[in-house]
Design a protein around this ligand. Structure first.
Ligand code: HXC
Length: 266
């Protein structure tokens, strides 16, 4: 997979002295978001549920730029206290928090008739409550540093996608949370936006949720005739954290090659 990060567009060092806190940062999409920010000058903390995986990812990301500092911490975003402690460690070790990515998510295909109440609750708690917990725990740092939040959303709640009622409801809630926080925190100089990835190649979303035999048809149905890449999401992330988007808040950048407009996703 090509590594883009649009270095021809974005200047090296644009995120010097910036610190990003990312949940789900060891996962495919969020890891690349953090990699791009670190390459362009930021330091970072990534959190995930699996300690060894998260620490390994952090060490690998740190190698991408000499002098960078990247920590990996074991946190379940459903645990508000654990998130608060992770934020405290971030401020102790890296000095502050400027940017927050709410990327931790859980997903599986399940038809509504067999989806248990606990299964629905689990996804709502990881995706939506976890996003709330993250911004809530970071709020003082965000206000102090006039920070920016990116929520990783989706497009499947723009219409009805079968077997995804739990995730669709969670992501719709995340969009609503982002809009409300953009309004409430705007006067403090804090911006909040969503990125909604479409089908992105090489992700768990594709490998676990899209049956292999449907892959080619779904790819052909994308108006741009390809799946997205994790670099496409990273580039949108760099834009939304950069001063180039300083008047953009309370919106969603859909990065899907116009896939959802065709009504054929999923
Ligand atoms: C039906 C399921 C299920 C499945 C779990 N459950 N997997 N129900 N089908 N495949 C039910 C369980 O039976 C249980 O309900 C409840 O969910 C909680 O399950 P646990 O395993 O106890 O929860 P937990 O350990 O917290 O695991 C969370 C998880 C898991 C979401 C269920 O899949 C997970 O952690 N996945 C890893 C992260 C992940 O999914 N990443 C993919 C992100 S892709 P009962 O009733 O039995 O107690 C993505 C893309 C979104 O998010 C956009 C798509 C386009």
């Amino acid at each position: 997979m090509a590594t883009v990060y649009s270095t021809s567009v974005f200047q090296p060092g644009i995120f010097s002295n910036k610190v990003v806190f990312c949940t789900g940062g060891a996962g495919t999409i969020c890891r690349r978001q953090v990699e791009a920010l670190v390459i362009l000058g930021a330091n970072a903390v990534i959190v995930g549920r699996k300690k060894a995986v998260t620490e390994k990812a952090a060490a690998e990301i740190q190698h991408l730029r000499k002098g960078s500092k990247v920590l990996g911490l074991s946190v379940d975003v459903r645990d508000y206290k654990a998130l608060q402690e992770a934020m405290e460690i971030t401020v102790e070790e890296l000095g502050k928090i400027d940017y927050v990515i709410c990327g931790a998510a859980g997903n599986f295909l399940a038809d509504f008739r067999h989806l248990s109440s606990n299964a629905f609750k689990t996804v709502i708690e990881i995706d939506l409550l976890g996003s709330y917990n993250t911004v809530k725990a970071a709020q003082n740092q965000l206000i102090k540093n006039k920070g920016t939040v990116i929520f990783v959303s989706a497009t499947l709640h723009y219409y009805g996608v079968p077997f995804q009622s739990h995730v669709g409801a969670a992501k719709a809630g995340i969009d609503a949370l982002s809009n409300a926080l953009a309004v409430e925190l705007g006067p403090f100089g804090v911006r909040c936006n969503c990125i909604a990835p479409g089908p992105i190649e090489g992700t768990e979303g594709i490998s676990r949720l899209l049956p292999k035999e449907m892959t080619e048809n779904v790819r052909k149905a994308v108006p741009l005739q390809r799946f997205g890449t994790i670099d496409d999401i990273a580039n949108a992330t760099v834009f939304l954290f950069s001063p180039a988007s300083s008047f953009i808040t309370g919106t969603t950048i859909v990065v899907d090659g116009a896939a959802w407009h065709t009504g054929q996703q999923g």
